[in-house]
Structure formats: structure tokens, C-alpha cells
Design a protein around this ligand. Structure first.
Ligand code: ZN
Length: 374
């Protein structure tokens, strides 16, 4: 078993400016850094190296996505808008809270292309699974605009590449970022061959999307909005009771994970309490499901996660579960967050999971008997 790993120094060079969190510079608060800064990602990459994990992974070089790759998903007008702004002083991807500096277009191509490279490693059998530690993130970007720090839909671009180049048809996306994977869902809302599953904090971002009853026109969007405050048990049980059964019924040829760490106990943007144990458990279940369903083919593409000090350990736990290699580093914050009383499943959380199970059971995910997945 082997795990591919993508990281490129230029992912850290994507310039989101000197605003303070969500606020643009120039208001009442001293300029600082956008929440979506390089800090959590470079420290994750640093821990991968310092922990020795890197020596147990297969390095997969990032490469830029081509314009043709991007245009399988995004509109030509949107691509040109990003390219043009990037060639001058920069701009905003679309919602006024996704700033980017000069050169962002090339880095966004490298981010989408890094996810393609990870997908290629898995589909060619070079590695069993892969983690693309890419930036900028992608799961909020829709076809004609970026939003929520995302420029291009990295995962959708990789899926469409896999379909065009490798003849893949059915793909499942599992998104455990604390925010709704609205962009990925919108790209595939009319496509019954792509199942998009999103676990997210209810009503967080975008505030008006990701409701449990929203399945999209094709009926293959599965939304699991969780109440604020969920910890390891709620996430682990959601994957066990809802996500894994849906994956088995859908029988994808490839599983792609939108891997955000903003449901962590230390995140400034999410209000969940997941620790390394929760991420490790979710990943182990997804690895097992992929082995049972699609020869282990699992690709993870990095999304959110804004704690510079805790995201690295959550990410390392995911890589340990993907690769089966124990670095021995553990979780130095576990004494603080691991024994929180917010981890055991509450009756209210259990009721939400029961409702999600019931709704997921109603989705028509199973292929007709005799249907050819190739
Ligand atoms: Zn997020």
C-alpha cells in the first residue's frame, strides 16, 4: 500500500492580502492577515517533513492544470477574468471576500493541477490513495465565479480530467470541511453519475445552502448539516451511518474527499470540536470503504482549516490513516481537546443523524441491475 503526496512551495505564495480575518485593510482594525493565509498549510507541510511522514509517502509532483482542464468545469468568461486580474494587481474571485494578488491565476492552475496529479497517481496504480495539499482551496467555486476563498473547483477539474482521460464515469465526493461544499454540488447538480456528500455545520457558509432536503435536480447530492458543537462521535457516526452506506449503494469507481480541517476544536471559523481522533476515524472508514468499493482508489484534496497550530496535527492524522504509517508524533493537544465533554453523541445529534440516514435511504443511488459502470 502506498500514499501519494502533493505539495508545492508556490501554494504558500497565493497572496490574500493584509486584511484582518474577514475585514479588508483600511477599516477600524490594524491590518493582519486573511483567515485564508498560508500559515496552516505550510505548517502542515512542515510537520509532514519533520515527523518523517514524508519518507513514507510517494512524492507526486504538482503540475499546472491546462486551460482546457479548467474549461471542462468553468466558463471561459470567468477564466479570463481571473487571468486578467492576476496579470495586473490582483482582484477578488467573486464574492468580495476572496481576495487574490498578482500571479494567483498560475497558482490556482497549480492547485487544480496538483489535484489532477494526485488523481493520476491513483488511477494509474502508482499509489493506492493520495493527498493533495493544495492552495487555494476549491469546494465553494461554482462554474462562473469563485467564492469563499476558492478560485477554481480543484476537485471538479480533477474529476472531469479523470473522466476525459481515464474513462471514469461514476465518482463520489465526500466533503468534511465545516462549510457546505456548495460549489462541487452545483457543478454536479444535474449529473446522476456524481454523488456529492457534504458534512457541514448547519447554516454556516454559505448560510442558505446545504439543507438536508436539498438533493439537487439529479437527486445525487447528500447533505448532512450538523448542529454547531459536534465532536468526534457525531462526525465518526455520520460517516459510519450515512456516508459509508451511501458510498456502497452508489458504487463509484473513484472517491474524492474535500479535506478541510475547519471542523477542528481550534478553528476560528467553525464551531465544531473535532480532534485528530475524529479525523483519523473518518479517514480510516473512508479508506476501508474505498477498498471494498473501488480498489482503494481514494484522492484527498485540501480545502479549509484555519488554525495554524492544530491543522497540521489533524492533517498528519489523516495521512497516517491513509498510509498506515504511524509517525509516533501523536496529538500534543489531546489533553486539552481530546477529553472534551462535547465528543459523546448527544440525543439531539443522534436525531439529526437518524434523519440523515432516513433521507439518504430514499435517494436513488443504486445502479439499475445489469448497468455497466464503464
Ligand atoms: Zn471551510
Amino acid at each position: 500500500m502506498s500514499t501519494g503526496y502533493v505539495w508545492h512551495e508556490q501554494y504558500a505564495w497565493h497572496d490574500t492580502g493584509t486584511g484582518a480575518g474577514l475585514l479588508p485593510a483600511g477599516g477600524y482594525l490594524q491590518p493582519f492577515a486573511n483567515f485564508e493565509s498560508p500559515e496552516s498549510k505550510t505548517r502542515f507541510a512542515g510537520l509532514v517533513e519533520v515527523s518523517g511522514m514524508l519518507d513514507n509517502l510517494t512524492r507526486v509532483p504538482a503540475r499546472p492544470a491546462t486551460e482546457a482542464d479548467v474549461l471542462r468545469v468553468h466558463t471561459p468568461g470567468y477564466l479570463e477574468r481571473i487571468k486578467s486580474a492576476s496579470a495586473s494587481a490582483g482582484g477578488d474571485a467573486g464574492d468580495g471576500m476572496s481576495p487574490f494578488g498578482a500571479g494567483a491565476y498560475e497558482i490556482a492552475l497549480l492547485s487544480a493541477g496538483g489535484t489532477i496529479a494526485a488523481t493520476e497517481a491513483v488511477l494509474t496504480g502508482r499509489t493506492e490513495n493520495a493527498y493533495a495539499l493544495v492552495r487555494p482551496p476549491g469546494h465553494h467555486a461554482v462554474r462562473d465565479t469563485g467564492m469563499g476563498y476558492c478560485i477554481f473547483s480543484n476537485i471538479s477539474i480533477a474529476i472531469e480530467w479523470a473522466r476525459a482521460v481515464h474513462g471514469i464515469r461514476r465518482v463520489a465526493v465526500v466533503d468534511y470541511d465545516v462549510h457546505h461544499g456548495n460549489g462541487t454540488q452545483s457543478v454536479y447538480e444535474d449529473d446522476a453519475d456524481v454523488l456529492t456528500i457534504s458534512l457541514h455545520q448547519e447554516g454556516l457558509f454559505p448560510q442558505d445552502s446545504g439543507e438536508m432536503e436539498d438533493h439537487g435536480p439529479a437527486g445525487t447530492a447528500l447533505n448532512i448539516p450538523l448542529p454547531a458543537g459536534c465532536g468526534n462521535d457525531a462526525y465518526t457516526e455520520a460517516v459510519r451511518r450515512v456516508v459509508v452506506p451511501a458510498l456502497h449503494r452508489f458504487a463509484p469507481e473513484l472517491i474524492v474527499v474535500a479535506s478541510g480541517f475547519d471542523a477542528s476544536a481550534a478553528d476560528p471559523l467553525g464551531r465544531m470540536t473535532v480532534t485528530t481522533a475524529g479525523y483519523r476515524s473518518m479517514t480510516a472508514q473512508l479508506v476501508q470503504a474505498a477498498r471494498e468499493i473501488c480498489s482503494g482508489r481514494l484522492v484527498m484534496s485540501h480545502e479549509g482549516g484555519y488554525s495554524p497550530v492544530y491543522t497540521p496535527f489533524c492533517g498528519l492524522a489523516v495521512l497516517e490513516a491513509l498510509s498506515g504509517h504511524d509517525t509516533g508524533v501523536g496529538d500534543p493537544f489531546d489533553a486539552t481537546w481530546g477529553n472534551s465533554p462535547q465528543h459523546p453523541l448527544t440525543p439531539a445529534q443522534d436525531a439529526v443523524l437518524s434523519a440523515a440516514e432516513e433521507i439518504a435511504g430514499r435517494l436513488r443511488l443504486t445502479l439499475p441491475t445489469g448497468a455497466n459502470t464503464n
